[in-house]
Design a protein around this ligand. Structure first.
Ligand SMILES: *Cc1c(COP(=O)(O)O)cnc(C)c1O
Length: 410
């Protein structure tokens, strides 16, 4: 469960019968921004004939593909499902290895484990908190079938040097869950200029939401086909792709083939309508997030012991899914700040515990703390402050004030 989904505490009760008129409102670390258009788009689907994957999904996929400047976008029920499908489409299987960032949501690595592959972890760069060709190189082995760089917090990571490193035969799947709406010298995030596929999440904390949902973009029609088939049980209905092409003639027009193991990872039309409506607000959401980040950079400048996050270079746009500050003195100081903010009804989060530290990764793959030194150093002091389009300047001032006070208390 994310902070955004944790129910708000009830208003504090006075000694008398009635709750206090207004407790200090809770500021979550993130939440969705929905408006009347979004609700109307969902209601319109509910008036129609299709609920599950139908015309609204196709329309949404076309819109995402157009936005990213690719011929294909395939929608999924979540970003996690999108990652699973992308790793499958890339040919990842038992005995293979995949490499992703040590600092990411576990789903970036889990997609390899789902397919029987071993996830490996690359360290982050101190200056960007992203993986780079250099950190990936240190983790590469001949068994690596796919690398999954993450545009952490929304800062686009250069992919071209990674393509130069891995060559044409290792798949690159960008985990762009944080970075929809961002761009760099390589183009729009999701344009797959140097990657085989890019995945997005449409979770409520992300730049736009469909409640739950995900999308994979690609320039490759074969990959798009594999993604779509994986989403629907591995079932193929196109006679040109049948393993037994005589089937349709011999048996009847209902003939279809399950050619491999797949899943039900479909997005519904209800969710797609919401995602499509939200896509129209993507630029506004990213601009609002950047305005908040700029205000934090100003309001939190010059605090002793507090480092502010890396900024996008000239010609790049940071999508600012997160605004992460880093406390140089590490865990004890970070815990004190976290608590002080919480006492003031300000929810923060830690993104992320290095994935290899989780008990599953220790027991299943033999990992443990200390694997990636820069990731460890980052993790010891990182804290994600509230950052979402509807955060008001007054609320943001409250956050800045509490951080300033807490940091000056020594
Ligand atoms: C959110 C997220 C995902 C998973 O997306 P869901 O839609 O929640 O399944 C994957 N990778 C990263 C980096 C994420 O932040």
């Amino acid at each position: 469960m994310t902070e955004a989904q944790i129910p708000r505490p009830r208003p504090k009760r006075s000694a008398g019968r009635f709750p206090l008129p207004f407790a200090t409102p809770v500021i979550p670390y993130s939440k969705q921004s929905l408006d009347a258009d979004d609700r109307a788009a969902v209601a319109a689907v509910l008036e129609g004939d299709w609920l599950t994957q139908g015309p609204a999904v196709s329309d949404f996929e076309e819109a995402v593909a157009a936005r990213c400047g690719v011929p294909h976008a395939v929608a999924f029920s979540s970003g996690t499902a999108a990652l699973h499908a992308a790793a499958f489409a890339a040919g990842v299987g038992p005995g293979d290895e995949i490499v992703t960032s040590a600092i990411t949501f576990a789903a970036s690595a889990n997609c390899g484990a789902y397919l029987g592959a071993r996830p490996l972890f690359a360290d982050i760069e101190a200056g960007t908190w992203n993986v780079s060709a250099a950190t990936l190189e240190a983790a590469m082995t001949p068994k690596v079938k796919a690398v999954i760089p993450v545009h952490f917090a929304g800062l686009p990571a250069p992919i071209e040097p990674i393509r130069e490193l891995v060559g044409p035969d290792v798949a690159i799947v960008e985990d762009a869950a944080h970075a929809l709406g961002g761009h760099s010298g390589e183009g729009e995030v999701g344009s797959c200029a140097h990657a085989d596929m890019a995945i997005f999440s449409l979770h409520p904390t992300k730049a736009i939401t469909s409640a739950e949902g995900g999308v994979v973009t690609t320039r490759d029609p074969e990959l798009a086909e594999r993604l779509a088939v994986f989403r629907h049980h591995g079932m193929v209905r196109d006679p040109e792709r049948f393993v037994h092409p005589e089937g349709a003639g011999d048996e009847g027009p209902w003939y279809h083939e399950q050619q491999h193991l797949g899943f039900n990872y479909r997005l519904s039309d209800v969710h797609a309508a919401l995602g499509h409506s939200q896509l129209g607000k993507l630029d506004a959401h990213v601009a609002a997030r950047n305005a908040i980040a700029a205000r934090y950079h100003e309001g939190l400048a010059g605090i002793d012991g507090l480092d502010l996050p890396p900024r996008a270079g000239e010609g790049s746009l940071h999508a600012h899914h997160l605004f992460v500050v880093h406390l140089r003195e590490g865990t004890a100081r970070r815990l004190a700040l976290y608590r002080r903010l919480l006492e003031n009804e300000i929810r923060t989060q830690v993104h992320y515990i290095p994935v290899y530290r989780h008990p599953y990764y220790r027991s299943a793959f033999g990992y443990g703390p200390g694997l990636c030194p820069e990731a460890e150093r980052y993790y010891s002091g990182c804290l994600s402050l509230p950052c979402y389009p509807d955060l008001t300047p007054a609320e943001q001032d409250r956050v800045i004030e509490v951080v300033r006070e807490a940091m000056s208390d020594g």
